[in-house]
Design a protein around this ligand. Structure first.
Ligand SMILES: [Fe+2]
Ligand SMILES: [Fe+2]
Length: 332
């Protein structure tokens, strides 16, 4: 049982009872011997022709426009705040020693190690392109890590799984869209990088979605109520508290750029809700009372989100351009 009195013992028992299932799902982590590393996607600065490699690398990156740079920086900053997400997920993983041999603890460490490459690669990419003010970007990462991260699910452990299922899919969508737009702007290397990262997010999404599905099998009423309580509020992106020391509404300003570009929109949000409700077979779970009401709410939720899409798109379109320190205070 948990030492944290706010966590319900029932949830803790269900999650610990799932240990053999989680052990099996550790296969969703890539074997380190064959895993990609950031170096595989960057110019080789130890090579004799490093100058030519750098020139070839920087050429296409010089063509990326400011809106795409802004969403790329925001994605990178979000990835760089990984230490905060690992801390938050340890409520689920309960790694007491830092080297616990339990499946949940092994997952958390393996997941952290894979995610760590995302921030590393995007950071190195952006630095080498010479396209953004790296110091302003670093100040933003510093602030975000200092401010912290709350999935706003505490002390609901199932809620942590609902949030991560949603977020891994959301980051997959966002990275894949940035990659697609990079290709449209002639930047094939960035396209590859973003798709590679999106592929990792897809494996992670699969883990969290399957474990939450198992929770719904083992504790349908508790699971349904948790999904509803998380979906009832807007699921905020993990970089919500980002700040560059200048713009107090930095996250909202970035989110408007992402909406306008079509990198991550209210329609994407509704699609994710729809996908998870279908994948978790919410409509067919046995339910009565409060759980049945949660089920009914969830089955209509994607539609409710979608009904707001036009309004949000219109508001984002109307928002005047704002200066982003990341691109030397140019308005985007
Ligand atoms: Fe990531
Ligand atoms: Fe992720």
């Amino acid at each position: 049982m948990s030492a944290d009195a706010a966590v319900t013992p029932v949830q803790m028992e269900v999650l610990q009872g799932m240990s053999p299932f989680v052990e099996q799902k550790l296969s969703l982590l890539a074997p380190i011997a064959t895993a990609w590393q950031p170096t595989d996607y960057l110019p080789d600065l130890t090579a004799e022709d490093w100058r030519e490699q750098m020139a070839r690398f920087r050429g296409p990156a010089a063509e990326l426009n400011d809106p795409l740079l802004v969403v790329l920086v925001a994605d990178m900053v979000t990835e760089e705040a990984l230490p905060s997400y690992s801390v938050a997920l340890n409520l689920l993983a309960q790694d007491k020693t830092g080297v616990d041999p339990t499946p949940w603890a092994k997952w958390l460490r393996g997941w952290t190690a894979e995610e760590n490459r995302h921030g590393d690669l995007l950071n190195a990419y952006l630095r080498l392109t010479g396209r953004v003010d790296m110091r302003a970007v670093e100040v933003t990462v510093h602030h975000l890590l200092t401010s912290g991260f709350a999935a706003r699910t505490y002390p609901d452990l199932y809620g942590g799984l609902v949030y991560t299922s949603f977020q891994e899919r959301a980051t997959k969508v966002s990275h894949a869209n940035v990659g697609r737009m990079a290709a449209q702007q002639g930047e094939a290397a960035l396209n590859k990088i973003c798709l590679r990262i999106a592929g990792d997010e897809a494996r992670h999404e699969s883990f969290y979605t399957q474990t939450m599905g198992k929770v719904l099998d083992d504790d349908p009423a508790g699971g349904l109520i948790s999904v509803m309580s998380i979906f009832r509020r807007v699921i905020a992106m993990p970089g919500r508290l980002m700040y560059d020391g200048k713009d107090p509404d930095l996250f909202d300003h970035f989110a408007a750029v992402a909406q306008r570009l079509g990198v991550y929109t209210v329609d994407d949000y509704a699609d994710i809700v729809e996908h998870l409700v279908a994948t978790w077979d919410i409509a067919r779970r046995p339910a009565s009372g409060k759980a049945a009401r949660a089920q009914e709410y969830l089955c209509k939720h994607a539609e409710t989100c979608r009904s707001k899409a036009a309004m949000v798109a219109e508001a984002a379109a109307k928002q005047p351009a704002v200066k982003f320190s990341w691109v030397y205070d140019r308005p985007v």
